[in-house]
Design a protein around this ligand. Structure first.
Ligand SMILES: [Zn+2]
Length: 326
């Protein structure tokens, strides 16, 4: 049974959420991607996903928050693929067991495990559908959406992930946060088409991260060229944010960079939306397409609420474990 105190803590943490989201870069695109993926689903899935649109949106960022709690969380969000192999990266074992045998767990945790972890999440979602556990279906859907979206970001598949080797510190946030926040709602075409069944999810996950890795050079090179161009707008500016002036990449510079990228951010965001929906759909099909109208575990238990409250608290007051992109 839920106590009044627990319910009060839970709702207080929810009320805090909008203010906090404005605080952190990177949450906007994740939330948009999960939200828009819902509209790519067939009607049999919409009966569950549409009424829980807010849950799937808000919890799209839980895996990033968990990085403040658990050291093992960080490597799930990236793969420094150039540390494992050279393009086209075909010598990296696709099976987790073979990768463990080749590199050791320590090296894998350092270099990032994103494509292998995606397989694990997909299996978890398939099991949640089989068990017809509503809370687990929604929780894992929201989190799988986060990881597959990360896989579409070039700098999540590259060891120079924040331009730290090339004097481009901050480029991670410029690409994945500043551009979407400034331009996506105003100018991106979000319609990604209907979810598709993934006949070979492993091959799909590796294709996604390989495409990202191959785009990383362009992401870095174009920003370097822009920063050195005498005609470029000022790189940084103080702009208002939540009632404060904050130093960040200036709007004209962000627009110029997005223009040079030739629609890459929009394209990857749209592909991420489609991939999220396709992963959800694939798990549901592989579980035997269970009807989603009446499921078990439809209301949150006290433990579910406490877990979420704890996550919020750690994110607010804790230190990020492992590497950051700040
Ligand atoms: Zn992430």
């Amino acid at each position: 049974m839920l106590t009044r105190k627990t319910i009060r803590i839970f709702f207080t943490s929810l009320l805090l959420l909008p203010a906090l989201c404005l605080h952190g870069w990177g949450f906007f695109a994740h939330q948009r991607i999960n939200r828009l993926a819902v509209f790519c689903l067939p009607p049999e899935m919409l009966v569950l996903y549409k009424p829980h649109l807010e849950y799937l949106t808000v919890h799209a960022t839980d895996p990033d928050k968990r990085r403040y709690m658990v050291a093992a969380e960080g490597p799930r969000h990236y793969i420094d693929i150039d540390g494992y192999d050279r393009p086209p990266y075909e010598n990296i074992p696709r099976s987790w067991e073979q990768a463990l045998a080749k590199y050791s767990n320590d090296s894998l945790q350092r270099g990032g495990i994103l494509p292998w972890y995606l397989e694990k999440e997909l299996a978890l979602l398939t099991r949640a559908f089989r068990e017809r556990d509503q809370y687990l279906i929604l929780k894992v859907s929201a989190e799988l959406g986060h990881y597959i979206a990360d896989g579409h970001v070039p700098l999540h598949a590259c060891s120079n992930h924040n331009g730290q080797f090339t004097g481009q510190h901050g480029i991670h946030g410029l690409w994945e946060s500043r551009i979407p926040e400034l331009l996506a709602d105003a100018s991106f075409d979000y319609w990604a088409g209907r979810a598709e069944y993934l006949t070979n999810p492993r091959a799909f996950f590796w294709r996604v991260v390989t495409e990202s890795a191959l785009a990383a050079d362009t992401v870095l090179r174009l920003e370097k060229e822009l920063s050195l161009s005498p005609d470029a707008p000022a790189r940084y500016a103080f702009e208002p944010r939540n009632g404060r002036l904050v130093r960040s990449y200036s709007s004209p510079y962000t627009i110029a960079y997005n223009h040079l990228l030739g629609g890459m951010v929009e394209r990857r965001m749209k592909q991420a939306i489609h991939a999220v929906a396709s992963c959800w759909f694939t798990a549901w099909v592989n579980a035997g397409q269970p009807p989603l109208r009446e499921l078990s575990h439809a209301t949150l238990t006290i433990q579910d609420l406490l877990d979420f409250t704890n996550l919020q608290r750690q994110w607010l007051h804790g230190q990020m474990q492992g590497r950051t992109e700040e």
